[in-house]
Design a protein. Structure first.
Length: 318
């Protein structure tokens, strides 16, 4: 049995009225939510659930392990509780246009999920979409915080979150379909954030205070990084990024070059960015390049001619 009686009743325990319908076999058949036996009898892989307009929250574990649930429409819900749809293996679509908060593990393990609509979400909790299916490119205009393991191993292809300031540990680790990251306001990016994202080509993290340990390790397709204020690179930060040829450091100031500035162990191991590497360069304003020669961490890169004028990088100043 895929639906757990207690889990289903938890969804209506706080006065939120749920309704369901089963399609096929000559039309839609209404299902009374409080009649669990009737609901159970209709589970045939075509059951859908929606929420009435007065529902503002789906409580914790409300639909945990509902293995046959194929779609969810929550037009007025503002909060999705922890593990609310955890391990709904056949869930393909989640329409949540009013949701601002998604709790920990809310959609974890939804391997069939391909369509997610969360346009005004502000917070995504720990592991919320970890292990999810090919959910594609997400443009999250109001997102502020991306939790630990939020998209771990998910089938995400792109992320654009212009207001997000915090990216926690392993948020996108091993997202092997991820090709583009655009986080223009992120100031804090923690370890392993993009570790193992083998398809990632471009990362825009201009406000990041530094590149974290193992931040982009093993991103073998990564070609360029816009890290405009980042002059500190953590251990193994870009290790194995064999296609990396450009790191753009555009808008740094005296604070960014003040101690401590460091390049961690094997930060650029196996990349063209090493002093002895070929084809990889750091691009900075021509008037500022000279400052790097007196910084211990960057001196060998400067002496090896690894800095070039940002004015010579196509499109950066357009």
């Amino acid at each position: 049995m895929d639906y757990d009686k207690n889990s289903f009743l938890a969804g209506i325990a706080v006065g939120r009225q749920l309704k369901g319908w089963a399609s096929g076999g000559g039309g839609e058949r209404p299902i009374e939510p409080v009649n669990y036996d009737m609901l159970k009898s209709r589970i045939d892989g075509t059951l859908h659930l929606s929420v009435e307009s007065d529902c503002e929250e789906v409580v914790e574990s409300a639909f945990y392990h509902c293995g046959k649930l194929p779609s969810v429409s929550l037009p007025n819900a503002k909060k999705i509780g922890a593990s609310a749809f955890d391990t709904c293996a056949e869930l393909t679509s989640a329409n949540m246009p009013s949701v601002t908060e998604i709790g920990s593990f809310a959609f974890r393990g939804c391997g069939a999920l391909t369509n997610v609509q969360i346009p005004i979400v502000e917070s995504i909790g720990e592991g919320a979409f970890s292990g999810c299916g090919p959910i594609g490119n997400l443009r999250l205009a109001e997102l502020l915080t991306i939790g630990m393991d939020a998209f771990y191993t998910a089938g995400l292809t792109g992320i654009y979150a212009p207001k997000a300031t915090r990216v926690l540990t392993r948020s996108f680790q091993k997202c092997e379909s991820l090709t583009e990251v655009d986080l223009p306001s992120a100031t804090s990016i923690l370890g392993y954030a993009f570790d193992g994202c083998t398809a990632l080509k471009t990362a825009n993290i201009p406000m990041a205070s530094g590149t974290p340990v193992y931040g982009f390790r093993g991103c073998t397709a990564l070609e360029k990084v816009f890290a405009q204020r980042s002059t500190t690179i953590g251990n193994y930060g870009f290790q194995g990024c064999s296609s990396l040829t450009a790191i753009i450091i555009r808008d740094f100031d005296s604070v960014d070059l003040a101690p401590p500035v460091s390049i961690g162990a094997l930060a650029f191991g196996g990349t063209p960015m090493l002093p002895q590497g070929s084809g990889g360069y750091f691009y900075a304003p021509s008037a500022s390049i000279e400052a790097f020669k007196d910084i211990t961490a960057w001196k060998s890169y400067y002496n090896a001619g690894k800095f070039r004028a940002i004015e010579d990088y196509p499109g950066v100043l357009d």
